[in-house]
Design a protein around this ligand. Structure first.
Ligand code: ADP
Ligand code: ZN
Length: 640
């Protein structure tokens, strides 16, 4: 069965499939079934597992929710069973190691973690178990892995042939082009240099060419086989709307389309996070703030509530989210624009890991463009780096201004060709486009003339006032009512002119001088627009985001989407199972989905089994869970 999967890109260094190899691959499927309770590998998983089990190095690029964990967990178990020792998993996510290891324990796998959250004795205990060969997967932070003390332990394991595999998760952290650069990741080259014969698998959901090359170079993975999956997330609906009254827009979006759903709202600043969380709470949404300015204990508590309770909305800065593997996040909203498409894709990718319909919803306005440009200009980075960041920002701006399929553009950015998707705002409601070239030229002339007349620059509001013929105090004071373009743009609404200005700034035909009170000035690119060589096409200001009717909502309360097909009695069984699961999760101090996914509970509810044997083969029930929970599940069902 494993051999029937379609070939994938990047086929190289294919391990020879000897008879011995074939036996190992069978073991991998057995592990998948027995330990994880899954029937078959997904997409490229089988080939990756096969390659790593056979001792090959691999670089795995797979979108969030694609199933990266199994790509190293299954080989780890197979290699451990073959007497090859422990797999070291390098992960930057200290806060999540507990849950990751907990999930493996639930599946009956000997896993542990080593990080700064452990006390001396706990850490010493883990180290002893490691030495005794009692651990199959050890999760550790990069700064821990590269300490002399830890390396000495690895040396000892290596000398006994007990180092099976290195898995480097979130591998983009090694690259300064990525959005989560961690200098400690650079030190991981020591693994390759010191243990050249131990296979390595590096995994990431970030795939732009620059970051990818950097990962290969920094981690010395030139010889590794590259496994590149499609980055499409078909269950996510992309929507980008003009920012008008962000708070009200967000409140409406949640109330009309995601009542009771778990979601993440990203904001640029801590202050905005606090205000937004409070605004949502006042409207009855179970919202919590998360940013680096909060106490570590508070952050941990909020993260735990988000992971463990149903329907919590996390309002956060980018500090939140890496490695969050909660499967039922129904929406990711951006109140402010991220820095680049990688960041946007990574953040929106946290929605809908379970494959059910989810939404990525972003607001975007002139101020976002100005702020992001300014942050790049003011950053201490070198000119080359700034140029790269500007290019990346431009790509995101083009996505935001686009009037055609968002997904086609997103995937094209990651090097994938595709057809219009039918599941983004532009596909679902093709925007009306109007020709803003005339308005753009008038606007640029005004900027030019005012500068000529007064010898200084002016801000956006003032320029629009002149163009629309408003005699404000400032206009009169500077005599700008005598400028030849005064009143020439009276036919345009302020919103239209804002759109024109935003697009001119986005394509760099107009610049905002952040060092001079955000005044506007012309650029090299202005000339093409003034000459009429560069048409300015704009979307007609479309209906408010979140304006769709309740019955059209794509999201629904957690679990209900997955349980939608159940009969009334099935719904009752599903509800009883969820209540039981919540109790188990609480007593094990783990998120509910670690015990069983919603999809597994729904499958049980539909099956209505009366004996433990009937539970065998339900997706997500491995041998250990069957043994641990089988009887309880049957008892719960008998009580319905
Ligand atoms: P990633 O790390 O790539 O974001 P995960 O490893 O967390 O993704 O997997 C996403 C979800 O898909 C998890 O809930 C996981 O249990 C599930 N999954 C992964 N592989 C399979 C498979 N072969 N069959 C069924 N479910 C799978
Ligand atoms: Zn589309």
């Amino acid at each position: 069965m494993d051999f029937m999967l379609p070939p994938i890109v990047g086929r190289r260094h294919r391990p020879r499939r000897s008879r011995e190899n074939r036996a190992i691959v069978t073991t991998a499927s057995t592990v998948l079934r027995e330990v994880f309770g899954y029937e078959s590998f997904r997409g490229p998983q089988a080939e990756i597992v096969d390659h790593v089990v056979a001792g090959g190095d691999a670089l795995v690029l797979m979108p969030t929710g694609g199933g990266k964990s199994l790509c190293y967990q299954v080989p780890a178990i197979v290699r451990q069973r073959a007497g090859q020792g422990v797999t070291i998993v390098v992960s930057p996510l200290i806060a999540l190691m507990h849950d990751q290891v907990g999930a493996l324990h639930e599946a009956g796998v000997a896993a542990a973690f080593l990080n700064s959250s452990l006390g001396y004795e706990e850490a010493a205990d883990v180290e002893q178990r490691l030495t005794r060969g009692e651990i199959t997967l050890l999760y550790a932070a990069p700064e821990r892995v590269t300490t002399p003390r830890f390396l000495a332990q690895l040396d000892a394991l290596q000398s006994r042939g007990q180092l099976a595999l290195f898995a480097i998760d979130e591998a983009h952290c090694v690259s300064q082009w990525g959005h989560d650069f961690r200098p400690e990741y650079r030190g991981l080259t020591v693994l390759h240099e010191r243990y050249p014969r131990v296979p390595r698998i590096a995994l990431t959901a970030t795939a732009d060419a620059l970051t990818r090359e950097d990962i290969v170079e920094r981690l010395q993975l030139q010889e590794a086989r590259k496994f590149v999956s499609s980055f499409d997330r078909p269950n996510i609906r992309y929507r980008i709307a003009e920012k008008k009254e962000p708070s009200a827009q967000l409140a409406r979006f949640i109330a009309e389309e995601h009542e009771g759903d778990a979601g993440v709202v990203y904001c640029q600043s801590r202050k905005r996070v606090e205000e937004t969380a409070q605004m949502l709470c006042e409207r009855g949404v179970d919202a919590l703030p998360y940013h680096a300015g909060l106490d570590a204990a508070v952050r941990q508590r909020h993260q735990d509530r988000f992971l463990r309770d149903d329907g919590v909305v996390m309002v956060a800065t980018v500090a939140f989210g890496m490695g969050i593997d909660k499967p039922d996040v129904r929406f990711v909203a951006h109140l402010d624009m991220p820095k680049n498409i990688e960041g946007y894709y990574q953040e929106t990718g946290r929605a809908g890991r379970d494959g059910l319909p989810s939404q990525a919803w972003m607001l975007y306005g002139l101020q976002d463009v100005v702020n992001q440009r300014r942050m790049i200009d003011e950053s201490p980075a070198g000119e080359e780096h700034k140029q790269a960041m500007r290019g990346k920002l431009d790509a995101l701006l083009a996505l935001a201004e686009a009037t055609d399929c968002r997904r086609v553009r997103l995937l094209a950015y990651f090097g994938e060709a595709s057809q219009p998707c039918g599941n983004c705002d532009n596909c679902l409601a093709p925007p009306q486009v109007w020709d803003g070239t005339d308005a753009a030229r008038k606007l640029l002339s005004t900027v030019y003339r005012v500068q000529q007349a007064s010898g200084i620059g002016f801000g956006a509001g003032h320029i629009m006032d002149i163009l629309r013929g408003k005699t404000t105090e400032k206009v009169t004071q500077y005599g700008h009512d005598r400028v030849s373009t005064f009143g020439l743009g009276a036919a345009f609404s302020e919103q239209q002119l804002r759109g024109v200005m935003r697009q001119l700034i986005a394509v760099r035909a107009l610049a905002v001088d952040s060092e001079a009170f955000n005044t506007l000035r012309l650029t090299e690119g202005s000339r093409a627009v003034l000459r009429g060589d560069l048409p300015v096409l704009l979307r007609e200001s479309v209906a408010q985001p979140g304006g769709r009717k309740r019955r059209e909502r794509t999201g629904s309360s957690p679990g209900s989407a997955v349980a939608a097909g159940l009969s009334d009695s099935g719904q009752a069984r599903f509800a009883a199972l969820k209540a039981w699961r919540a109790e188990v999760a609480r007593s094990h101090n783990l998120p509910a989905y670690v015990i069983f996914h919603d999809a597994t509970l729904a499958a049980i509810a539909a099956l209505a089994p009366t004996s433990v044997e009937q539970l065998e083969g339900v997706s997500g029930i491995g041998a250990r869970k069957l043994e641990a929970y089988g009887e309880e599940v049957i008892r719960v069902l008998q009580g319905v």
